[in-house]
Ligand binder design. Structure first.
Ligand SMILES: [Mg+2]
Length: 266
């Protein structure tokens, strides 16, 4: 009889993505160094924004309305009567939300990805590398949050802060140590920047969120040109471009990424 082990991540019941073929070579428990962003991937930032807006304004912003990374612009239609401009709204978001540790401390993980990462932490050879562009003042909050949700923050686990450019520098550095590097992030410009850097051995996964849909204008702000066309004009934009990760990336849902991780451990 199979007994439930309460000290093991709950991966058996995670959602499965119908018809999705994970790529065995994507997550390899022996070789892959898994680098993950926090906000919008492991941390449920969408819920955090929605709860903040409710708490402060008693208004409800549907998740699908957060269509681009600039949240002030995305939700302005819901709060435009309170602010004169998107800049003013963004400033209040920085003061009340983005720079406030309490919101991050109370944020919840995105369930399937969280469970899959815990499993990866237990069984994969290389410790998970966390890479976030949060302000440095949130470092202690970030470490406390990771420990609270079961992650080791010992020397093998790397948590680094910095902007998008610094993220790419860290990836370049890690690519020198690890032949097989997978980076998961939800921000279009970061993924495009990393794709453009053509880091050897780096595979890119865009964590699906409402703000990185094909219709997001963020694609147009930093277009990556592939075969003479901006990548958002490619019909296969969310597939392995050029039949591989060598110059491209793939946009995968939470369930698909979790499935890929679990199958990589099997
Ligand atoms: Mg993010």
């Amino acid at each position: 009889m199979t007994r439930f082990r309460s000290d093991k991540p709950n991966v058996a019941n995670l959602p499965r993505s119908e018809g999705f073929r994970p790529y065995r070579e994507l997550f390899d428990a022996e070789k892959t160094c898994l680098v993950t962003d926090l906000d919008g991937c492991l941390v449920n930032t969408l819920e955090m924004i929605q709860i903040y807006i409710w708490d402060r304004y008693q208004r409800w912003v549907p998740g699908e309305d957060i269509k681009w990374f600039n949240v002030g612009e995305a939700i302005y239609e819901h709060l435009g009567d309170l602010y004169d401009s998107t800049d003013e709204l963004n400033k209040s978001l920085w003061d009340g939300l983005w720079n406030v540790g309490l919101w991050y401390q109370n944020a919840r993980p995105i369930y399937a990805y969280w469970q899959a990462l815990l499993s990866w932490q237990q069984r994969a050879s290389i410790p998970i590398h966390f890479l976030t562009a949060r302000p440095d003042c949130l470092h202690a909050t970030t470490m406390g949050w990771l420990r609270r949700w079961g992650f080791s923050t010992s020397s093998g686990c790397v948590v680094l802060e910095g902007g998008s450019i610094e993220k790419i520098k860290h990836l370049q550095q890690w690519a020198e140590t690890y032949d097989n590097l997978v980076f998961v992030d939800d921000r279009i410009s970061t993924i495009l920047g990393a794709a453009r850097a053509k880091i050897p051995g780096l595979k890119l996964v865009l964590f699906a969120q409402p703000w990185n849909l094909a219709s997001s204008r963020d694609w147009c702000q930093t277009p990556l040109i592939l075969e003479g066309k901006p990548c958002y004009e490619h019909p296969e934009w969310d597939l392995f471009l050029h039949h591989g990760f060598d110059v491209g990336f793939r946009r995968l849902t939470e369930a698909q990424i979790a499935q890929g991780i679990i199958e990589g451990l099997e």
